[in-house]
Design a protein around this ligand. Structure first.
Ligand code: MTE
Length: 313
């Protein structure tokens, strides 16, 4: 059997332009010389995070033009802070995310309540430039800083019964005033199959554009699953549950005919109220064709082999 290397399995020295690779080495040496503080604490500053991540996963990063940071941080969906695109930035200004904890439960050997920093800090942050495509037919290209979701999930030692992973956002109508209105079933819930969750493209993000994640983009930690519609990328996560049965998701509960569990970006399956064939990249005038799995078919199509994607939308 011939083993074909996936794009993310290529060693960094093969995929990184040499000057960049050298610069990283120099950075590592410099950091070592000042006591390694930056490396031990990737959250110590935006620049440190970028320098660590810059070389990694070039192979799965797109080289498309980045969306302007100002657009990506001011045109948002985060219903906990209002349903208008400009509400999240305005209404989340005072949202505090210190001492953030994540409760891990269900089918795993290590359930418990974990401090976010303790979970993420031991892992090297990576920068990955991914497309995010929303059901309303707009898309962006964002440089995310994060860690593979699978690396975190494995540390909780899921049992063989863990078929799905359910994720929950904080439920606190005082801190998240949008939850005072029942526009969705709160807390915001999302889920993935365990195979999707373990896929190397799925990350837990703690930053973007080389900086800590702004509140409106899901501080302090959010999911990024680039081959699915944006609503799967749940923000401000406080709960991870391994389950044997299909988890409920907020958008599916709100409109089961419109929002399925899988929600893979699929130009062939229309949303009941609109076509999903084309999208507008923020910052561009003309629409472009939407790609199957948001352009990540080579990486993820095998996850859905044998599944009718019109039924499992
Ligand atoms: N997560 C929570 N908790 N609440 C939300 O309303 N909106 C989703 C997703 N994650 C949402 C959420 C939707 S519909 C989209 S398109 C993306 O976040 C938008 O992410 P962005 O604002 O960082 O671009």
């Amino acid at each position: 059997m011939i083993k074909i290397k996936r794009r993310w399995e290529i060693p960094e020295c093969e995929v990184t332009p040499e000057p960049l690779y050298r610069r990283r080495r120099e950075f590592m040496q410099a950091a070592g010389a000042i006591g390694g503080a930056l490396l031990l604490n990737p959250w110590a500053g935006a620049e440190a995070a970028l320098a660590i991540g810059d070389y990694q996963h070039k192979a799965i990063s797109t080289d498309e033009e980045l969306t302007e940071e100002a657009d990506a941080t001011s045109y948002n969906n985060f219903y906990e802070f209002g349903t208008g695109k400009e509400d999240p930035k305005r209404n989340s200004r005072r949202f505090r995310t210190d001492d953030w904890e994540i409760r891990v439960s269900g089918e795993c050997e290590k359930p418990g309540t974990y401090d976010l920093e303790a979970l993420i800090k031991p892992l090297p942050l990576e920068e990955r430039i991914y497309r995010l495509r929303c059901v309303e037919a707009w898309s962006m290209v964002i440089p995310w800083l994060g860690v593979p979701l699978g690396s975190i999930l494995k540390s909780f030692q899921p049992t063989s019964k863990a078929k799905y992973v359910a994720l929950k956002t904080l439920h606190d109508p005082v801190r998240m005033p949008g939850q005072q209105r029942s526009v969705l079933h709160w807390p915001y819930r999302e889920g993935l199959t365990i195979a999707e969750a373990m896929h190397p493209l799925a990350i837990l993000s703690v930053g973007m554009y080389g900086k800590t994640l702004p509140n409106q983009n899901g501080a302090p930690v959010r999911l990024v699953v680039p081959w699915k519609y944006g609503f799967k990328s749940i923000k401000s996560i406080v709960g991870i549950e391994f389950s044997e049965t299909l988890p409920q998701t907020s958008w599916n509960m709100a409109g089961p005919r419109e929002y399925g569990f899988y929600s893979n970006v699929n130009p062939e399956v229309d949303h009941p109220r609109w076509s999903q064939k084309r999208e507008r990249r923020i910052g561009e005038i003309f629409k472009r064709d939407t790609l199957m799995f948001n352009g990540y078919a080579e990486e993820v199509a095998s996850l859905y082999a044998g599944l009718d994607l019109a039924k499992n939308f």
